[in-house]
Design a protein around this ligand. Structure first.
Ligand code: KMH
Ligand code: ZN
Length: 415
C-alpha cells in the first residue's frame, strides 16, 4: 500500500534559503497518516522512526514529493518506509528571470526513512459503503510444480509421473501452498494436455492432500486450442476447481504463445460450461483491455481472479513499477478482484516479495524458476513454497489456509 504528496517548500530556516530536515519528517508524517487511514480507517499514531537519512539539501522553492509504503503488517502496527524526492528547483543564476525553474529529469532523493505507526484495535473500523480501505487478506500461495517448458535436464527435481506429481503437491501443501497450478507430461517427459494424464495426476494429488487444483489451458506453445482444453473434460472426483484462461498473444522467448481473441472467448465458455472457475493470466498491460471485453460480454464473471505473469521474454518485464501499474488498473477497472504474481526465472522470488508487501497472492514453483538462490537449484517447488511463506511472514501477511483460499477463489460468481 502506497501514498504520496507533492508540495512546494516555502519556509527556509537556515542561511542560503535552506529548509530544515524536520519538514521532510512532517511530510512523512502526513503520508503515514494517509497510510493508516487507508489501512484501518483511522489516523493512527507515529510511534518511532528506526532510521532517517538526509541525502541532499532542500531549499525554499523546491518541489518535494514524499512517498510512503507499508512494508509489513503487524496486529496493530504498520511498518513503513519513506522517501522524499526533489522534482523541481528554482533556477537561480545571473541573467535568468527570477521566476526561472528547473525540472529534474532524474528526481533527486533527498531523504529516506523507515518507521512504525500504530492503530489501536479499538480505533480500527470497517469501510463505509463504497469506501476502499482495509488491510490485505491472507496471502494465497500457488505452487506451479510442473509447467511445460522446464526439463529434467535442467533440474532433476521436476516431477513427471502422476506419483511424482502427487508427492510434490503434498510436500508443497504441507509447506503452505493451497493451489496447485498443474501441467502434465507424457511418458517421454514432453508437455501433454491429455485428459487421462490429468486424471491420474489429480487422483494422485487428491489421494495425498487437500488443495485447489488449477489445470492449465495454456499447455505448451504450438498446441491447438482443442488440445489445450483436454483437462476441461474431467468430471467427478478429478474435475479441477480452477483452470487458467490466457487472454492475449505474446512473444514467448523466440516463440509466439498464440491466444486469438475468439479462441479466448471459446476457452472461457468451455471453462464456464465445465463448472470450473477461471484464473485469468495477464502477461501485458493490454490484456486488461481484453479482459474488459470478456467481462462486458459476460464471458467471465466476477469476482475475477488474475495472475500477472511477468518477465516472459517478449512480454511485460517483471518490475515493481509494472506490477503497481497493473494492480492499479485492476483495482480501478475491476474492483473486488483477487490478484497474484508469477515472476519468471530470476524474477520469481523478488516478485513474490513484492506481492507479499503489496497485498497480493504469490505463485512460485519449478514451472517458472528452478533456482532457490543464484546458481543453487531448488530441491523441488517445495523449497520455493517455503521461501514464499517466509516472504509472507516478513511482510506480516498471514498465509491463507485452504478454507481461506477457497473462500476467495471459489466464491460464487456475482451477477
Ligand atoms: N506454457 C505456456 C506457454 C498456462 O498454464 O495457462 C503457457 C502457460 C500458461 O503455462
Ligand atoms: Zn502454466
Amino acid at each position: 500500500m502506497r501514498a504520496s504528496i507533492r508540495v512546494r517548500m516555502s519556509k527556509p530556516h537556515y542561511g542560503g534559503n535552506l529548509v530544515d530536515g524536520a519538514q521532510m519528517l512532517s511530510l512523512f508524517g502526513d503520508v503515514a497518516t494517509e497510510l493508516c487511514i487507508r489501512a484501518d480507517g483511522d489516523e493512527g499514531l507515529f510511534r518511532a522512526y528506526d532510521s532517517v537519512e538526509f541525502l541532499a539539501p532542500v531549499y525554499s522553492g523546491d518541489f518535494i514529493e514524499a512517498v510512503g509504503e507499508i512494508v509489513a503488517w503487524g496486529k496493530t502496527s504498520l511498518k513503513m518506509s519513506f522517501r522524499a524526492y526533489k522534482f523541481i528547483s528554482p533556477l537561480v543564476a545571473p541573467g535568468r528571470e527570477p521566476s526561472a525553474a528547473q525540472l529534474h529529469s532524474e528526481p533527486i532523493l533527498v531523504c529516506k526513512a523507515s518507521g512504525t505507526c500504530v492503530v489501536p484495535l479499538s480505533c480500527r473500523r470497517q469501510p463505509l459503503p463504497g469506501e476502499h480501505i482495509g488491510r490485505p487478506g491472507p496471502a494465497i500461495i500457488t505452487a506451479a510444480i510442473v509447467g511445460a517448458e522446464t526439463t529434467r535436464a535442467q533440474t532433476p527435481h521436476l516431477p513427471i509421473t502422476a506419483e511424482e506429481i502427487g508427492e510434490e503437491a503434498a510436500r508443497c501443501v504441507k509447506a503452505g501452498a493451497t493451489v496447485i497450478h498443474l501441467h502434465v507430461r507424457d511418458e517421454h517427459g514432453n508437455p501433454s494436455q491429455d485428459g487421462a494424464r490429468f486424471r491420474s495426476a489429480i487422483a494422485a494429488i487428491r489421494s495425498r492432500c487437500q488443495v485447489i487444483v488449477q489445470t492449465s489451458t495454456g499447455g505448451a506453445v504450438g498446441m491447438s486450442i482443442d488440445e489445450r482444453c483436454g483437462p476441461l473434460s474431467l468430471a467427478g472426483a478429478e474435475r479441477p476447481e480452477m483452470a487458467t484462461l490466457n487472454v492475449g498473444t505474446i512473444n514467448f522467448g523466440d516463440d509466439i504463445f498464440v491466444n486469438r481473441r475468439l479462441d479466448t472467448f471459446a476457452v472461457a465458455e468451455r471453462i464456464t460450461k465445465a463448472g470450473i472457475i477461471p484464473e485469468i493470466e495477464i502477461y501485458d498491460l493490454g490484456h486488461l483491455d481484453i479482459l474488459r471485453e470478456l467481462v462486458d460480454k459476460g464471458a467471465v464473471s466476477r469476482p475475477l481472479h488474475v495472475q500477472f505473469v511477468l518477465g516472459v521474454r517478449g512480454a511485460l518485464a517483471a518490475s515493481e513499477r509494472n506490477l503497481e501499474l497493473l494492480v492499479g488498473r485492476l483495482d480501478s477497472d475491476f474492483p473486488g478482484s483477487s490478484w497474484g504474481v508469477a515472476g519468471v526465472g530470476r524474477h520469481e522470488l523478488p516478485m513474490a516479495e513484492v506481492a507479499a508487501r503489496l497485498g497480493g497472492n504469490l505463485r512460485v514453483g519449478l514451472e517458472d524458476n528452478i533456482f532457490v538462490e543464484k546458481g543453487v537449484l531448488a530441491k523441488g517447488s517445495v523449497e520455493l513454497c517455503e521461501k514464499a511463506v517466509r516472504l509472507c511472514q516478513a511482510a506480516g501477511r498471514k498465509v491463507a489456509s485452504l478454507e481461506e483460499a477457497r473462500a476467495v477463489l471459489l466464491a460464487k460468481p456475482s451477477p
